[in-house]
Write a protein that binds this ligand. Structure first.
Ligand code: ZN
Length: 196
């Protein structure tokens, strides 16, 4: 029953942001995953960012909330640093999802209960990844979407997030091209961020 409601609200959120997103701007739709109620929608009329609606930011300071945040990415990219950092900033944010017009979806949720050490671990992995990825940026197709997807997979393997995704054909192809290298990098860097 609860699962059905989740699916229904996920579908509503995704449809909303993709429909509104036809204007090339980012849009957000947030619902309460405890009571299955719409909470807020918002846009800043910008193609690459949408702020967390004020009412959602206020509620998400509480550990007792479970808010699901959905938005669209007109640039077709996976979850950004800014998106992921929200999970460390807001204890009541259950998950964040990004959807694209090419049918890709990316969802990150905290793997465990919110802890203040989450951000520190995130920063450690981020620094290690930034350093390592410099050497891979010469590879065709590694920068941009594949780079962000790799970072998301690192956070998942280090158990900071649970990461569910559906890639579009282009990103899937890029990932397949560099798979052995990417998977090795994910493994090596994730080991630095375990514990906590
Ligand atoms: Zn985003």
């Amino acid at each position: 029953m609860v699962e059905n409601k989740r699916l229904l609200f996920d579908w509503r959120a995704k449809s909303f942001v993709l429909n509104r997103g036809k204007n090339g701007k980012e849009h957000a739709y947030c619902y309460c995953a405890k009571h299955f109620k719409f909470v807020a929608s918002h846009t800043d009329d910008k193609p690459n960012i949408v702020e967390v609606p004020t009412i959602v930011a206020a509620r998400c300071r509480s550990l007792h909330e479970r808010i699901s945040f959905h938005h669209n990415h007109p640039a077709l990219t996976p979850l950004s640093h800014g998106d992921l950092e929200l999970l460390g900033r807001f204890p009541g944010l259950l998950e964040i999802s990004a959807h694209t017009a090419l049918g890709a979806s990316f969802r990150a949720s905290r793997a465990k209960r919110w802890k203040s050490s989450w951000k520190r671990r995130f920063d450690t992995l981020d620094a290690a990844f930034t350093f390592q990825s410099l050497s891979l940026q010469a590879l065709p197709g590694f920068v941009g979407s594949l780079e962000m997807h790799t970072f998301n997979m690192i956070l998942a393997r280090a158990r900071l997030i649970e990461y569910d995704f559906r890639l579009d054909a282009n990103l899937k192809w890029q990932y397949d091209c560099h798979r052995p290298l990417v998977d090795q990098m994910v493994k090596d860097i994730a080991d630095l961020g375990r514990g906590g």
